[in-house]
Design a protein around this ligand. Structure first.
Ligand SMILES: [Zn+2]
Length: 223
């Protein structure tokens, strides 16, 4: 994976398109080959900063406690801080951000002209497939492992293979919630495709294939 050194990358796509899973795989393969690529999941990062009580975490929490969205500036400050860490010095993947055009513009501005995004990879998956992927997802209540009723079933229905815990469906994986997430994606995130296309950084991957095939193509795209 040395070829991905220097990548400053955004993984873009609908919920269920596989961005997080693939970002994790790319980061692991980078680590294994001695060319680290930091996987920056803004959702995980936000939760970690809030629970660690950092200054940015406290700022974020004050908005969340009032039921408000965390402002873009706070997320961007977290991203900026995160990409200064040693493990992100050669390459990184942003997963879960930006989701709106103003966020994309603010991110570009914060990166400046000397270290702009090198690739924005769009995970293309038909909507019917996304629905099936998301509604079938089950999470282990004990260890957090993620399963799928058809794509990654457990040996015993409803029980985690790893720890025997009870499988549950996250509230945001229920069908009404999913339709809302997909609608929000279409309204807010899909316009980013044109934005990044106009900047000539958009690459598209057909993510309606097996994870291994998608992964191989990603490595090629990130060269
Ligand atoms: Zn488990």
């Amino acid at each position: 994976m040395a070829q991905a050194a220097g990548s400053r990358c955004v993984f873009l796509g609908a919920p269920g398109a596989g961005k997080g899973t693939q970002a994790k795989k790319v980061a692991e393969s980078g680590e294994a080959s001695g060319a680290p690529i930091a996987h920056i999941s803004t959702g995980d990062m936000l939760r970690a900063q809030v629970s660690a009580g950092t200054e940015l975490g406290q700022q974020a929490k004050s908005f969340m406690d009032q039921g408000q969205l965390v402002p873009d500036e706070v997320i961007i400050a977290m991203v900026q801080e995160r990409i200064q860490q040693p493990d992100a010095s050669s390459a990184w993947i942003l997963d879960g951000f930006p989701r709106t055009l103003p966020q994309a513009e603010a991110l570009d501005e914060s990166l400046g002209d000397s270290t702009p995004l090198s690739d924005v990879i769009y995970f293309a998956v038909p909507e019917a497939e996304l629905l099936g992927r998301l509604t079938g997802r089950r999470t282990c209540a004990d260890c957090g492992a993620i399963w799928h009723v058809t794509n990654k079933p457990t040996k015993v229905a409803g029980k985690c293979d790893l720890c025997g815990g009870e499988l549950t469906q996250r509230s945001d994986d229920r069908e009404e919630a999913i339709q809302e997430r997909l609608d929000a994606y279409r309204a807010q995130t899909a316009p980013l495709l044109d934005y990044y296309r106009s900047k000539d950084v958009l690459r598209e991957v057909d993510a309606n294939r097996s994870p291994d095939v998608v992964f191989e193509e990603l490595l090629k795209l990130m060269q």
